[in-house]
Ligand binder design. Sequence first.
Ligand code: 13P
Ligand code: SF4
Length: 394
Amino acid sequence: MTTVDLPLLPLGRGTDLSSERGVECPGDLPPASDPDLVARALAAKEKLGDRVFVLGHHYQRDEVIAFADVTGDSFKLARDAAARPEAEFIVFCGVHFMAESADILTSADQQVVLPDLAAGCSMADMARLQQVEDCWDAFAEAGIQDQVVPVTYMNSSADIKAFCGRNGGVVCTSSNAQTVLEWAVDQKADVEGGAKILFLPDQHLGRNTAVLKLGYSLDDCVVWNPHRPNGGLTAEQLREAKMILWQGHCSVHGRFSPDTIAELRAEIPGIQILVHPECRHEVVTQADLVGSTEFIIKTVADAPAGAAFAIGTELNLVKRLADRHPDKRIVFLDRTVCFCSTMNRIDLPHLVWALESLVDGVVVNRIEVDPDTEHYAKVALERMLELPGKTQND
Ligand code: 13P
Ligand code: SF4
């Protein structure tokens, strides 16, 4: 088995443009204190008109969301990007893997821009192609490869999506994980020994969906550790498992804990615990409601005045919900501040720089997936987009 050396580059110091890891912004950024930034962003957007379409993930800062033409979770944004063939430029205010997906789903003459290339995702970085290929080879050695459908969470790099596309697999998001896993199980229903799923890279979304939606037991799930020989598992364990979870997690959602839930329930009677499925299983099982960012927003919006929620997701979104619903009590499900540091890399100076550069005819920070990767990643993405209607949000 090949060992993959993965030194984490400090954000903003790397040079590895093809990875999720950050690189320096090469341009002249306007200073963050510039009082004219809002006017400059408005003017640049106005000049670009329909040539530009700005997408904003729900975890983005307010100052950036203010300029988004649409906001959404990663599933909705992928669909929205694909539905805008007339826009020459897609400015993606989110993270690198989302911009890659937008590039894959848009036409070749549409250019996708990520205002700061250092906006990566630590979870996506936890699954590298060589590691996943080693894992796949180990499945062949254990005699189970024919039973396995690889499923990758949207939060993965394009080459991992392409791996899934090439190997009969699919992409899922936090809105449609159940539908996608059911589809994956069906693909191998007739194979001797039954279906197994390799779920990349978020072990928590995989476990939560398998156990809480598909009725698997915790014992049906094993965790593949890419840093240990044979994933730290025996061939016997692989043969018995129904769900092989990649050992990856979100550094933001991994912080929430059952202790805080108990404290908040004692402190605020009637409070509902509303969490994202990237949270750990012991948090999700203690929660009242679980769902994607889009689901969280809808749940709060639909609740009556006076409702109280402790929300376990990224802080920019929780703060925005609290501001938007002053008639409801919204608290954050962590005692400390917990922003996604890479999502936060996109700020108004970077957005202004990207938009003004486009006005000047210069496309900065273009995200372009190579044609072969794009082809197979699109196979996996389109398998997901073609699945019948039901996401949690529809
Ligand atoms: P969704 O947008 O699918 O809810 O995922 C949350 C997230 O962590 C995005 O990085
Ligand atoms: Fe990645 Fe988690 Fe940040 Fe989403 S919130 S971009 S999964 S680190």
